[in-house]
Design a protein around this ligand. Sequence first.
Ligand SMILES: Nc1ncnc2c1ncn2[C@@H]1O[C@H](COP(=O)(O)OP(=O)(O)OP(=O)(O)O)[C@@H](O)[C@H]1O
Length: 336
Amino acid sequence: MIYSIRGMTKIFGGRTVLDVDSLDIPKGKITALLGPNGAGKTTLLSILAFLSRPASGSLAYDSREVRFTESHMHPLRREVVLMNQHPIMFSQTVCKNMEFGLKLRKVGKEERRKIIRENLKLVGLDHFEQARAHKLSGGETQRIAIARALALSPRVILCDEPLASVDSQNQAIIVSLLRQINKERGITVIFTSHDAVWARNLAHETVYLDGGRPVDSVLENILSGNAARTEAGEVWFASGDGTRLPLPEGIEGQVRVSLDPSALKINHSSAPGQGDGLKGRVHQISREKNGIRIVVDAGALISVIMPEKEYKAMAPGIGDKVQVAIPPNAVKILNG
Ligand SMILES: Nc1ncnc2c1ncn2[C@@H]1O[C@H](COP(=O)(O)OP(=O)(O)OP(=O)(O)O)[C@@H](O)[C@H]1O
């Protein structure tokens, strides 16, 4: 394990925002920290980066107990790099931005230039060496931030929402870069995300946080909308984006529902006898530990997990028209 956390809390203004009983993060792997806004992901990253101290509990880094004193944390900060969601670049060239950390580490000029070129090449931006760093796009800035982090030869890279302000072309490049640096350089990568689909695709391990605590799994396919009774006496839910589904009796007004991806079923939209399922097109297909995840664009993006056997029998392709059937046991009402 690269990190082992026991009984750790972090308190802001009297409020416990992190409360982790036990959590181990493996060495040399890619781990995703998932969870809704305010779940404590960034707070945990900054403790793992030795930039913040917990209120209580223990942290072992590479099997050594961390003492949260400046003199003990300072050398550890040289092994771990935190990439912020919005990386800060100085208003100088890319090269100068990358050189700063190397100068602090007393790396000689020739060696600095060599390291900078090598890492800019890795992220595919070697022609940006003399570009003004604060003029770059969101995606380019993230890639330069990766190169800048790699230049310091870290053992661990912690990335806070690395894809949040990045266009889809740069997203794909960043995903494959993170995979490459983990595989080729053996660097442990830990990243936070709101987007469960690509995160699961990239990560070897996934940790879900909710209200500062690790939980078994996060709720998925959360839809907000209004539940109303029809003339026929049935209750129907309608979300802002036009998704409609039947709900059990007795629910009315504003409501949030979650649809369990493993309980949903997918059918070809032309199959006979299909009732009130959600109609849409297959948007994305990915393999997961417990089956094949099919993301259907039905107004909202709805994830369905199909057992491998069912997936092979049906063989849906990207863009296919499908219908998502919603058995009553798939629907969880989150609030009234
Ligand atoms: N410096 C701070 N002072 C006071 N409260 C804070 C501070 N930093 C974070 N918090 C609170 O701690 C909780 C966890 O925040 P954190 O940023 O770790 O969550 P997150 O999971 O990263 O959320 P997001 O996905 O929105 O970035 C939130 O309620 C937040 O308001």
